[in-house]
Design a protein around this ligand. Structure first.
Ligand code: NAD
Length: 251
């Protein structure tokens, strides 16, 4: 019997990077996975990599109607929901004075509103399914100040705080809420961020050097943590922030 057999899971932002790895990992451990992404073609591509049952749903996590429809679809097609991974997010490299109001809104909307809507619609469905697990994607940006990431740090801090509060609200319903705080993970997003610097190679070297293990975290290392939190083995892990950062916040 596989660890996630029988579980019905949604992963947002499943078309790329960390979300892709989480979707593949949950499926490899026996879960049925809904791949939700604003980029439907990317989510479809990931679905072709999975042998087990999948659904693909084009979803913008900032839209209440689309998030509600996403949860309704898995409940109507698979009879319930056990695991919600609120992974979709984005960040920009800028100080507060250099951030436009449009970029502020974009980062806060996708990260904070998206996670809020994921919890708003998934928690009742998970509760009605007899309990389960929510995994929110925070960041070490919630724990330490990162250079050129003022608004991203604010957004990820909000996700950490919402996670803790929701964990207390729903613990008696059998709904566990936790988050992951990755360090810098080798994904297309990081490639886009470094491309914005004058010397992208140097920017990448700085990102590697600030993690004591001297490399970027892999998406699969974050997926392994998500699978653990999704599983019943994490039954006593509630309101936790699971740091996976190569030791970055230990120094
Ligand atoms: N890569 C890192 O170093 C790192 C570190 C800490 C936390 N994170 C977090 O991990 C998550 C995934 O990051 P990644 O590096 O894999 O990024 P990525 O850009 O590689 O993938 C993000 C995915 O989310 C999707 N997405 C973006 N906006 C969306 C929306 N409004 N609705 C639905 N889907 C949307 C994109 O289409 C894409 O497929 C984010 O929340 C990010 O903040 C990343």
């Amino acid at each position: 019997m596989q660890r996630l057999e029988g579980k019905r899971a949604i992963v947002t932002g499943a078309g790329s990077g960390i979300g892709r790895s989480i979707a593949l990992r949950l499926a490899s451990e026996g879960a049925r996975v809904v791949l939700a992404d604003v980029d439907e073609a990317a989510a479809e591509n990931v679905a072709t990599e999975i042998k087990g049952a999948t659904l693909v749903q084009k979803t913008d996590v900032t839209s209440a109607a689309e998030m509600e429809a996403l949860v309704e679809r898995v409940v109507s097609e698979w009879g319930g929901l056990d695991v919600m991974v609120n992974n979709a997010g984005l960040g920009i490299a800028a100080t507060a004075p250099d951030t436009s109001e449009e970029d502020y809104d974009r980062v806060m909307d996708v990260c904070v509103r998206g996670t809020f809507l994921g919890m708003k619609y998934a928690i009742p469905a998970i509760r009605e399914s007899g309990g389960g697990s929510l995994v929110n994607m925070s960041s070490i940006a919630a724990l330490v100040g990162l250079k050129d990431r003022a608004i991203y740090c604010a957004a990820k801090g909000a996700i950490l705080s919402m996670t803790r509060a929701a964990a207390i609200d729903h613990v008696e319903e059998g709904v566990r809420v936790n988050c992951i705080a990755p360090g810098t993970v080798d994904t297309p997003w990081v490639a886009r961020i470094t491309a914005g610097y004058d010397d992208p190679e140097e920017a990448r070297r700085i990102m590697q050097a600030r993690q004591p293990h001297g490399r970027l975290v892999t998406p699969d290392e974050i997926a392994a943590m998500a699978a653990y939190l999704a599983s019943d083995e994490a039954g006593s892990v509630i309101g936790a922030c699971m740091v996976v950062d190569g030791g970055m916040t230990a120094r």
